[in-house]
Design a protein around this ligand. Structure first.
Ligand code: ZN
Length: 414
């Protein structure tokens, strides 16, 4: 299955290129590559060069995506998309996003070197707007391809006072052509993305790679607990309506509920006690909720249960709790056929095809229910991501690239 390149060669080459790409930064001392910034410019140019060297025709589209097209056996429009993103968080690692782009380029480069064409064109896409650091909304590159970009987002302004529209123009993109980027779903065979896991599961199980079942749906909300503030010395314990201790009980109830189901996760990431003081019984407490699951029913039933638990605790403690879910995104389920082909490619290497959900969002989400998509996760050390300590080994990367190459061969014969 590694007929187009000797075993090990992918891993080293991809690792070397990731190191080179990591030099393209907005800041001299660390990797920060924000959408449409100077680091993105340099990274886009480098990626475009690698694509051209891999016999791809390259363009930068109206949202700043770098798109390399490797034509198929015939010039027809049927296209399989591969890729990931090249923007990063601030003080990032070099693997998040970039791994999927460089791996796709190298797999196409190996095919080109061997003179191999597939019965479909391949487009390798380096998306530029996945992390959502610069502007309030995100995934604009993938949304534009999916025909789902909301043109009002052009007026969004980042911290630097520059609007998305201005930033696009400065990058050489034409925002007026944005709606022309929408792909024709009937010609899109699918989208496949290689990405580091960004979590600890594969490492814990001693597995180098895994197949994503779905990108978790998310419910986000806020709970406002209101009790009665009072003097820390004068109000007896039995007579208190302490908003903070009530919230504490609620947090533990949220955790307990989430632990009941295997792929459900719930997080209280932030808690505020307004007007707090060491000698005051807290009268108000506010905390956030983030509840995720690959199955929408699981998530919605957890939200309902948590709402009821919060209400019961509030009642028993004589406080009030306002529960508001402000943001809901359904799960994006990966395509069974594409995922099964990835699994078959993994099994052919003698490895177990572990399937797991993605708790983090990815570009692929934008294609939900429009273009079939699949994702291959690569083990990362300690599950660490969004940090310079992020690491995936050349051996694991080599396996992922080999699986991707073998996957392309498999779907070519169908
Ligand atoms: Zn990413």
């Amino acid at each position: 299955m590694r007929d187009i390149q000797a075993a090990g060669a992918f891993g080293q080459r991809i690792s070397d290129r990731l190191a080179e790409l990591a030099m393209m930064s907005d800041e001299p001392e660390r990797l920060t590559r924000l959408y449409l910034g100077p680091g993105h410019r340099k990274a886009a140019d480098l990626v475009a060069r690698w694509m051209r060297e891999a016999a791809m025709a390259v363009r930068i589209d109206a949202t700043g995506n770098v798109v390399g097209r490797y034509r198929g056996q015939d010039p027809g429009p049927r296209t399989l998309m591969l890729g990931s993103h090249i923007d990063t968080v601030r003080d990032a690692g070099r693997f998040d996003g970039a791994l999927g782009v460089v791996t796709a380029i190298e797999v196409v480069a190996a095919a080109a070197k061997a003179g191999k064409r597939y019965p479909f064109a391949i487009e390798v896409i380096a998306f530029g707007d996945e992390e959502g650091v610069r502007f309030p909304s995100t995934l604009s590159g993938a949304k534009a391809l999916a025909g789902r970009f909301d043109l009002r987002a052009l007026d969004e302004v980042g911290e630097d006072g520059i609007s998305r529209r201005q930033a696009l123009l400065a990058f050489g993109c034409d925002p007026l052509r944005l709606s022309e980027e929408a792909l024709s779903p009937e010609h899109a065979l699918g989208y496949v993305e290689v990405h580091i896991e960004q979590g600890p599961v594969l490492e814990k199980e001693g597995l180098p790679i895994g197949i994503v079942t779905a990108i978790d749906g998310v419910s986000r909300g806020i709970v406002d607990v209101e009790g009665v503030a009072g003097h820390a010395g004068t109000v007896p314990m039995a007579m208190r309506k302490d908003a903070l201790t009530a919230a504490a009980e609620m947090l533990l109830a949220v955790e307990e509920r989430a632990r009941k189901r295997p792929n459900l996760v719930a997080t209280i990431g932030r808690i505020e006690v307004p007007a707090s003081a060491a000698n005051t019984i807290p009268g108000r407490t506010r905390f956030t909720l983030d509840i995720r699951s690959p199955a929408d029913q699981e998530r919605l039933s957890a939200v309902n249960d948590i709402k009821a638990l919060v209400a019961a605790i509030a009642q028993r403690r004589g406080v009030t709790a306002k529960f508001a879910i402000g943001h809901e995104v359904p799960a994006a389920v990966c395509d069974t056929r594409l995922s099964d082909e990835l699994a078959a490619a993994i099994e052919a290497m003698g490895l177990a095809p572990r399937r797991l959900p993605s708790g983090a969002g990815h570009d692929a989400m934008a294609f939900d229910r429009l273009v079939p998509f699949a994702m291959l996760f690569v083990r990362c050390r300690g599950g660490v991501s969004h940090n310079p300590a992020e690491f995936a080994s050349a051996d694991d990367i080599d396996l992922a690239a080999s699986v991707l190459a073998s996957f392309l061969d498999r779907i070519s014969t169908q």
